[in-house]
Design a protein around this ligand. Structure first.
Ligand code: PBG
Length: 326
């Protein structure tokens, strides 16, 4: 008789036939940077996750590298006084992002540094683009994103990660980087980024939620994708590859594993998945209540994302997971 359970009898045989393995090199570590000194400020809706100042960021970078982690994805929290509707501060060569890139590269030159490219942390409206007559203006936004990308490259970023979902931005960023002499700076595109309700804790971390009661859309549904759509994700992703994306991304993670598999089958560049802040918060909350086994569920979720087709995972669990992998 054919007995499938033979291959499940002992830990040894289970390890031998296991199809999916997690490695430190799978992870991209998102980091939140704020002004200050000696800052390690816990984000209330993301227990165990912190906003860091430049000095603690340098320590963190060295620690991550020592653990075997290979890459970070930087986000900045910008004071309200520096926000406007033009992304002015995003282009400041001495801005927090630009200083953060230099700090990480000085502390740990081999760590792969990626930067978030979108206007929301800099926007007085909390939008990823420039607001004009109550709408998000695509092409003027793309121009700023291209210059922002070159500014990050100038600061030393290895790769820029546009998370804004404007049309045509990957091609525009690629052309501008090339024209400015940054041929070797890569692009990881948030290609299929959904208008998800799972981003709440992240917006708390950066104080970047769309502002209410102003002449601007109250949500991001005119640029981020409808969670109901599948073929659109393939169209977005194929276009980004054609425009020059080195890595494409699906975001969020767990609710979108069908998309991850289809994207993995459709393109021949690495596929990253962003397990987002709300996914992190849900597990932390359930574990705090004693309702779920934190470590077991975390590893199961990360394994599922990788099994679905992720080559890389941006995850707030990266450090916890790598510690467990030993
Ligand atoms: C903004 C951006 C968001 C995230 C990454 N970049 C939030 C948003 O689109 O509103 C979410 C990440 C997370 O929730 O962990 N461009």
């Amino acid at each position: 008789m054919r007995r499938n359970r033979r291959l499940r009898t002992t830990p040894a045989i289970r390890a031998m036939v296991r199809e999916t393995h997690l490695h430190p090199g799978d992870f991209i570590v998102p980091l939140f940077v704020a002004e200050g000194r000696g800052l390690r400020e816990e984000i209330p809706s993301m227990p165990g996750y912190y906003r860091l100042s430049l000095d603690t960021l340098a320590q963190e970078a060295r620690e991550l590298w020592a653990m075997g982690l290979k890459s970070v994805l930087l986000f900045v929290k910008v004071p309200d006084t520096l926000k406007d509707n033009a992304g002015t501060e995003a282009l400041n060569p001495e801005g927090l992002m630009q200083r953060a890139v230099k700090t990480v590269k000085d502390a740990c030159p081999d760590l792969w540094v990626m930067t978030d490219v979108a206007l929301d942390p800099y926007s007085s409206f909390g939008h990823d683009g420039i607001v004009s007559e109550g709408r998000i203006a695509n092409d003027p936004t793309v121009e700023v994103l291209a210059r922002m990308s070159a500014s990050h490259a100038e600061a030393g970023a290895d790769m820029v990660a546009p998370s804004d979902m404007m049309d045509g931005r990957i091609g525009a960023i690629r052309r501008h980087l090339d024209a400015e002499g940054f041929q070797d700076t890569g692009i990881m595109s948030y290609s299929a980024k959904y208008a998800s309700a799972f981003y709440g804790p992240f917006r708390d971390a950066l104080d970047s939620a769309p502002v209410k009661g102003v002449e601007a859309p109250r949500d991001k549904k005119t640029y981020q994708m409808d969670p109901a759509n599948r073929t659109e994700a393939l169209r977005e992703t194929r276009m980004d590859v054609a425009e020059g994306a080195d890595i494409v991304m699906v975001k969020p993670g767990l609710c979108y594993l069908d998309i991850v598999r289809e994207v993995r089958n459709a393109v021949d560049v690495p596929v990253a998945v962003y397990q987002v802040s709300g996914e992190y918060a849900m597990l932390k909350a359930a574990a705090e209540k004693g309702w779920l086994d934190h470590d077991a569920v975390m590893l199961e979720q990360l394994t599922a994302i990788k099994r679905a087709g992720a080559d890389l995972m941006a995850s707030y669990f990266a450090k916890d997971a790598v510690r467990l992998l030993g």
